[in-house]
Design a protein around this ligand. Structure first.
Ligand SMILES: Cc1ncc(COP(=O)(O)O)c(C=O)c1O
Length: 386
């Protein structure tokens, strides 16, 4: 007979893996779901668009944090994947993902040490820089490791990180060209404040102005005899704008594979709702209490959905029913008129407010083909924010 101690040790050593079989109705909830047909349609549409426009495609993996998804994007024609942080990049590399671009700077000894480790395993990896001292630190660390690091100058074309475009960036490019253990790969030019500008025309003029500064900076750098092959940036909101700007060589959208309410609200070229990509990502919940005929409680709250937006999740198939936050583990459903049309045990599925931080709450994603669970993909970079 196993003792209590050996039983507990065995239980701890063998986590219960989610099953890749069954149906939507059998899933434990809350569960993160991916509609495979919608995902494939989104992926094909973006890949075909960028191919037609003659731009490279390096989708940002901060959205999905899932090596299986990154590998599928590579198969569809992506040249690599962007990663926000070194731990995210390490998890992707361990999952066989190549062509990584780190879009945040490697500041501090620990990050630089890990960057060197990653570059040793994947020499094509590119690292973003916006500071001369950091460039020198990376050069020294690369020299000690007998490596040459590929650097992308992060330009302040939005309102977050980066060095000023124009002369300051050109000066940093000259420093990189002078140092023996680093090489200029190009310009990282992500206009964070362009992606969600409401209205297509407003978004287009905003993004064009931001990316023009990147293209001009590249011209300035190349005028001084330094090769600057890459100008990369763009988002789901600006993919059909930036891909038409001369000099932007590649795009790095992320959310298009999943979509969320935030993106639906920005408006498309053809109307008030942005529908260029399908809502492939949902969270499935269960009604666990009906305190009255006018209210139902589901088992998903702050720990099941992103909470950074001023709007809650929206039901996928229950018109007229709205969700309100009811705590860490709970949400409250009410109907516009009369009793809420769900019973105890019913499944309710939601479109999420913001896809990236929602995905980061789950260990794996259930891949759905109609009602059937086709696969379960681990989100191995989930929680990797260092
Ligand atoms: C540096 C960078 N590039 C690209 C993206 C992708 O943007 P989106 O998910 O809006 O397509 C992001 C998203 O935050 C980002 O931070």
């Amino acid at each position: 007979m196993p003792t209590r101690r050996t039983f507990l040790a065995a239980a701890a050593a063998a986590p219960i893996a989610p099953k890749a079989a069954g149906t939507r109705g059998e899933l434990p909830t809350p569960a993160l779901l991916l509609d495979l047909d919608a995902f494939n349609a989104n992926l094909d549409k973006m890949a075909a668009h960028l191919k037609k426009q003659g731009r490279a495609f390096r989708p940002h993996a901060k959205t999905h944090k899932c090596p299986e998804i990154a590998r599928r994007l590579l198969k569809a024609g992506a040249v690599g994947a962007c990663a926000a942080k070194i731990s995210e990049a390490e998890a992707l590399a361990a999952g066989g993902v190549t062509g990584l671009l780190l879009t945040s700077a490697m500041i501090g000894r620990d990050r630089i040490r890990r960057a060197i480790g990653l570059a040793r395993r994947r020499p094509e990896t590119m690292f973003s820089v916006d500071d001369a001292r950091n460039v020198r630190d990376l050069n020294d660390a690369a020299g000690a490791a007998r490596l040459k690091l590929n650097l992308a100058i992060d330009l302040l074309v939005g309102n977050r990180t980066g060095i000023e475009p124009g002369a300051p960036a050109a000066e940093l490019a000259r420093l990189i060209a002078k140092l023996p253990n680093v090489k200029l790969a190009g310009l990282q030019a992500y206009a964070n404040n362009a992606a969600h500008v409401i209205g297509f025309e407003a978004r287009r003029s905003f993004s064009r102005a931001a990316m023009a500064r990147a293209v001009e900076t590249r011209r300035l750098i190349e005028k001084s005899g330094i090769a600057c092959p890459l100008v990369t940036g763009g988002s789901t909101g600006t993919y059909n704008i930036d891909s038409q700007i001369d000099g932007v060589t590649e795009l790095q959208p992320g959310s298009f594979i999943f979509m969320d309410i935030d993106y639906n609200r920005i408006g498309g070229a053809d109307g008030a709702v942005y529908r260029d990509f399908r809502n492939a990502l949902t969270v499935l919940t269960t009604v666990i209490s009906k305190p009255s005929k006018d209210a139902a409680i589901v088992d998903g709250g702050f720990k099941s959905f992103s909470t950074d937006k001023p709007f809650p999740p929206e039901t996928k198939n229950l018109a007229g029913v709205t969700y309100a936050w009811a705590g860490d583990e709970h949400g409250k459903l009410t109907a516009a008129q009369g009793p809420v049309p769900v019973e105890l045990g019913d499944r309710v599925e939601f479109i999420v407010p913001h896809c990236d931080p929602t995905v980061n709450l789950y260990d794996s994603i259930y891949v759905m083909k109609g009602e059937a669970v086709e696969a379960v993909w681990p989100i191995t970079a989930r929680g990797k924010s260092q």
